[in-house]
Design a protein around this ligand. Structure first.
Ligand code: HXC
Ligand code: NAP
Length: 290
């Protein structure tokens, strides 16, 4: 069931959506499903050949419309150009998905300041560049747009070994909550999703290099015992971009099978205790009154 599309046919008809990092991984899955639901799409990233290949494949698979545009989200002029090209091509647009990201694992003391910049600039600066450019246009044109940002669950908790990414994602969380209130009066909504582990080439290459794969199986950390399926995250994103979620504003929805809560609960590692051991332990914890 979770591998199937959730919304009814044409649920996104009338939506024109820009998805940054839309050529690969989670962004590609969202693009595909949004096209299936009748939205018009713009996908952006740095690698035009990847975008063009994805666009071609998804047009064939869905018969929907998608425009690939090259853009490094760190550069405001390039972002502004995407907005202009989108308006020129489709007439307007009313949704933005901040999905582009850069990340790698490293002990923080090994990083140069340029390495820190590389990640924070893509994640935070990239997201505020796109959000600002879209928001200015929507306010001026009185368009009730919506922004969805892809965070991570460590945007709430922080995480060792990915400190630049945690800082960038926490910044996007603050941006989401700030503007959800400030721009609510214009009818603009901002929400975010916080995925747990979804096996994509980009994330797995950067965060789970080959030698780590056996020892650090991400599924083992997830209470429901598995990693996510891309259709699951596409379903949630489609709902949050659609008008069905019109009363959801400023929220962050985790989609991680309970992974981050498992790490947070003090006694959650007691799952390793067997039934026999519980029988024995009960003898110690019961009947102390007398
Ligand atoms: C230490 C590194 C490094 C690494 C790069 N640098 N990789 N330092 N460890 N693995 C340093 C470089 O030496 C350089 O510093 C600086 O960072 C900039 O490097 P560039 O290669 O010039 O950067 P750039 O081309 O901008 O590339 C950005 C990138 C790259 C982030 C470094 O990985 C990238 O393009 N990633 C995009 C795809 C991606 O990361 N997808 C995963 C998203 S998954 P010096 O000092 O030498 O100049 C995700 C999921 C999270 O976010 C949650 C999972 C559960
Ligand atoms: P991915 O395929 O590597 O996606 C990252 C995308 O960002 C790529 O398409 C990349 O394209 C683009 N990008 C990177 N730097 C850019 C820049 N400077 N300007 C424009 N685009 C840029 O990885 P993914 O797993 O699908 O990740 C998608 C989103 O989900 C990210 O926000 C990530 O943090 C989030 N997330 C993923 C997971 C997971 O388990 N997969 C978990 C939590 C959160 P180019 O290289 O062509 O620019």
């Amino acid at each position: 069931m979770h591998k199937q599309g959730m919304l009814k046919e044409n649920a996104l008809k009338g939506k024109t959506v820009i998805i940054t990092g839309g050529g690969t991984g989670i962004g590609r899955a969202m693009t595909r499903y949004f096209m299936e639901l009748g939205a018009k799409l713009v996908i952006t990233s740095r690698k035009m050949e990847v975008l063009e290949k994805t666009a071609e494949e998804l047009r064939n698979e869905t018969e929907g419309e998608v425009l690939p545009l090259q853009c490094d989200v760190r550069d405001y002029e390039q972002v502004d150009n995407v907005i202009s090209q989108t308006i020129k091509h489709y007439g307007s647009f009313n949704a933005l998905v901040n999905n582009a990201a850069g990340n790698f694992i490293s002990p923080t003391e090994r990083l140069s300041h340029r390495a820190f910049d590389a990640v924070v600039d893509i994640v935070l600066k990239g997201s505020y560049n796109c959000t600002l450019a879209a928001g200015k246009y929507w306010v001026k044109e009185k368009i009730t747009g919506t922004v969805l940002s892809t965070l991570t669950t460590y945007a709430f908790t922080g995480s060792g070994y990915v400190a630049p990414s945690a800082c960038g994602k926490a910044g996007v969380l603050a941006l989401t909550r700030s503007l959800a209130v400030e721009w609510g009066k214009y009818g603009i909504r901002l929400n975010a999703i916080a995925p747990g582990p979804f096996p994509t080439k980009g994330a797995w290459e950067q965060l789970l290099p080959e030698p780590m794969r056996d020892k650090f199986d991400p599924a083992k950390k997830v209470p429901v015992g598995r990693v996510g399926d891309l259709q699951e995250v596409a379903n949630l994103a489609a709902y949050l971009v659609s008008d069905y979620s019109a009363y959801i504003n400023g929220d962050i929805i985790s989609i991680d099978g309970g992974e981050w809560l498992k790490g947070a609960g003090q006694f959650n590692n007691l799952e390793m205790i067997t039934t026999e051991m519980w029988d024995m332990l009960e003898q110690f914890t019961r009947g102390k009154k007398s």
